[in-house]
Design a binder for this molecule. Structure first.
Ligand code: URA
Ligand code: CA
Length: 431
């Protein structure tokens, strides 16, 4: 290991065998944290070639269980977002693309810090089970085309260990390390094809477009080298996506969107990502046809019916589809009136995510519990005019004293004279 640290420190590429030695040694504990820390810092400064990142990704993917989805018919397409605020897309996309015939065998994660997680949102539906045995998972997907469950405990254990170490050694923000972390989990989860939503802006890992582009290109290249059809959409996460930020409240937003009544930006993201998924699954010859199929599924009610079926399949109370207001259980509802007249210039996504977390919608640490009933509903988005006194947003809370949350929101919603709606999709990367 000392020789390998030295080699990377001096800017030499590591071979496949060397990378496999490192990952298996680190996973089984024979390589200690202090040596791995030094190697991570060397990678941070010296970068890695595509070949190295691919080998690292594959070694991490094979450090634990690799899910075999071959019992499922069709091309399994996975979708992954690098993180957002109010990102309701998976809740909508899973039933929507399943309703046009795409096989969706999805493993999702939980939220941490300012970002929300799909599993937490699904658990806001009373009774909904995200822990499903492998055979049951396969049966549900074969029958209904869709199931969204929690990631198995032994999926890419090398990533779990490495991520914790990166977190305390200032090596999280390294493109080869982020790319291999994400792609190893996607590959271990058994996807044939992968649609990546690489977010950029205040609410995202990649604060600027250049870094987001590099990360997207890197992941698309290693996906292809690992024989997975992969493409990436670079999307804006400077303000939260859609209008709802929370858990129950985002389920409501998903139901409204599946009814064809979703907020414009969220609907557009859903079409952009969904049509790519449909094409990768070979259910449509081109993006335009795919988009039309998705639109039809929203309008005919097929997509909403699929969501109902998915909820019922996983033990959830499907009456929320007809009565989504059931999910609004917070004790207090409070408005945040605008202090001045003008145009909304900025809504800082990560800080709004923190505000939702402080209300109880998210976790500060992994051990925290979630309050499904609380959240934020935006009435104004960037570019919209607002009059002093008009409500910017509604806060759903279970505590009466939320001065801290209100202050944080006021500090992060800027009203000015000129506000421009940001571009939602910055780029599409296919190679
Ligand atoms: N998401 C991941 O899964 N890993 C990273 O390193 C960053 C974001
Ligand atoms: Ca949302």
């Amino acid at each position: 290991m000392v020789d390998l640290i030295e080699k990377k420190r001096d800017g030499q590429p590591l071979t496949k065998e060397e990378i496999q030695f490192i990952i298996s040694g680190y996973t089984d504990g024979s390589i200690p944290d202090y040596q791995m820390s030094a190697l991570l810092m060397a990678i941070y400064y010296q970068d890695m070639t595509d070949a190295e990142i691919t080998e690292l990704t594959l070694a991490m993917a094979h450090s634990g269980e690799v899910i075999d989805l071959s019992a499922l018919k069709g091309i399994k397409v996975d979708k992954h977002s690098t993180g957002g605020v109010g990102d309701t897309t998976t809740l909508i996309l899973a039933p929507l693309v399943a309703s046009v015939g795409v096989t969706v065998a999805k493993m999702s994660g939980r939220g941490l810090g300012h970002t929300g997680g799909t599993l937490d949102k699904l658990e806001a539906i009373p009774g909904f089970q995200v822990e499903v045995a492998d055979e049951e998972f396969v049966r549900l997907v074969n029958e209904s085309n869709v199931a969204v469950i929690g990631q198995s405990g032994n999926l890419a254990p090398a990533d779990k260990k490495l991520y914790a170490l990166r977190d305390v050694t200032a090596t999280v923000s390294s493109i080869p390390l982020i790319a291999s972390s994400i792609m190893s989990k996607k590959i271990a989860a058994g996807a044939d094809a992968i649609v990546l939503d690489v977010t950029t802006g205040e609410g995202a890992f990649m604060k600027n477009l250049e870094d987001a582009r590099r990360l997207a290109h890197t992941m698309v290249r290693i996906g292809k080298l690992a024989n997975r059809q992969t493409m990436a959409v670079i999307s804006d996460m400077s303000q939260p996506l859609g209008e709802a930020i929370g858990n129950g409240i985002e389920v409501i937003e998903a139901i409204e969107t599946l009814r064809g009544e979703g907020p414009e930006d969220l609907v557009e993201m859903v079409y952009a990502l969904g049509s790519q998924m449909v094409v990768l699954a070979q259910k449509a010859p081109d993006l335009e046809t795919a988009r039309q199929m998705l639109q039809d599924a929203l309008e005919s009610g097929a997509a909403l019916a699929k969501f109902r079926e998915m909820i019922r399949n996983q033990g959830g109370d499907d009456s929320v589809i007809d009565h989504p207001e059931k999910l609004l259980t917070a004790k207090y509802t409070m408005e945040l009136p605008a202090k001045s007249t003008g145009v909304v210039k900025q809504i800082v996504a990560d800080e709004v995510g923190v505000a939702a977390m402080l209300l109880g919608a998210g976790r500060k640490t992994k051990e925290d519990d979630i309050d499904f009933g609380v959240g934020i509903k935006l009435h104004k988005k960037v570019g919209m005019p607002v009059t002093a006194g008009e409500s910017l947003l509604t806060i759903y809370a279970n505590q009466e004293d939320i001065e801290e949350v209100k202050d944080l929101l006021y500090a992060n919603i800027e009203i000015g004279t000129l506000g421009e709606e940001p571009a939602l999709i910055h780029d599409i990367i296919t190679e």
